[in-house]
Design a protein. Structure first.
Length: 296
């Protein structure tokens, strides 16, 4: 969305310079992702459809391809309130309408079938470098979570392979923390526990409160109570969940955005997290984690 006419000019100038220095004059391919999130859609139209920029033709050696997000309305729940001052809030993706000429070039690729997606998940799972024979269970559980979320939220595009990668990243990190005990006890239940936490982080918290189960309640309670909570602060469910998610995202360097109405402890949870992980408190926090989770 932050990519506009200035950036387009800069990219094309750089490509032209590189092409002029290439003695073999090889073809150069430029891929522009999510072009319809930019308000300067007309400039992308000229570049993609007319193969020119600012009215000046671009070398035939430069090939431009692009991808765009779907233009479909959101399914609004009764509890949701649209921002009427924002015309893009009613769409599932914040997109600008394509120019009519661009629509002639659009090719809908659809999405992976359940079988194909499961094969991708299995291949991604096999890349985990760990000594355990649980690949089949992990694949089945993640695939089932993907299907369930699509059906429950009535949105076939709500999850993708990015969620699979994120889930496996959490799972691998959790397995690393428990590695010493696993080496001494091959029957340790930590594999299943780590998988449940990883699945919860990626899928459980995307359900509404009614759709959640008690699967992660004990894990959330144990971890959130390990933080240094100020005396005047009540450790309610929302704060517990915020701390739980924040901790694992910080620990695994996973980007995340806390979304919620005012008063849902977003800022407070971050302040508690930073205070607990500060130099003066980190050792005490580590000891609590070691006792409750057996982390290394």
């Amino acid at each position: 969305a932050g990519f506009g006419r200035h950036e387009i000019r800069q990219v094309m100038e750089d490509c032209c310079v590189r092409l002029s220095k290439d003695k073999e004059k090889k073809e150069m391919w430029i891929f522009l992702d999510e072009v319809n999130t930019s308000p300067d859609i007309g400039w992308f139209k000229e570049l993609i459809c007319d193969h020119s920029l600012d009215g000046v033709k671009i070398s035939d050696k430069i090939k431009v391809i692009a991808a765009c997000n779907p233009y479909r309305p959101r399914k609004i729940q009764n509890s949701e309130v649209l921002n009427m001052s924002d015309p893009l809030s009613k769409w599932m993706y914040r997109v600008v309408p394509l120019c009519d000429t661009m629509k002639e070039y659009v090719w809908p690729f659809g999405q992976l079938s359940e079988l194909d997606e499961k094969q991708y998940i299995r291949a991604m799972t096999k890349q985990i470098k760990h000594k355990f024979d649980k690949n089949t269970v992990i694949t089945e559980d993640i695939a089932a979570s993907q299907c369930f979320l699509r059906e429950y939220l009535a949105n076939e595009f709500i999850v993708s392979l990015r969620d699979v990668d994120r889930c496996l990243n959490f799972f691998y990190w959790l397995m690393q923390q428990y590695e010493t005990i696993l080496e001494n006890d091959e029957t340790s239940p930590w594999t299943g526990r780590a998988l449940n936490i990883a699945l919860g982080l990626c899928y459980y918290f995307r359900l509404d409160e009614r759709g959640r189960t008690k699967l992660l309640n004990s894990e959330i309670k144990n971890l959130s109570e390990s933080f240094e909570i100020p005396p005047q602060v009540a450790l309610h469910n929302t704060l517990k969940e915020n701390l739980f998610i924040l901790f694992f995202c910080v620990a695994t360097s996973t980007p995340m955005i806390l979304v919620g109405r005012p008063g849902t402890s977003k800022t407070l949870s971050l302040q508690i997290m930073l205070d607990t992980l500060s130099h003066r408190n980190i050792k005490q926090f580590y000891e609590k984690l070691k006792n409750k989770f057996h982390f290394n």
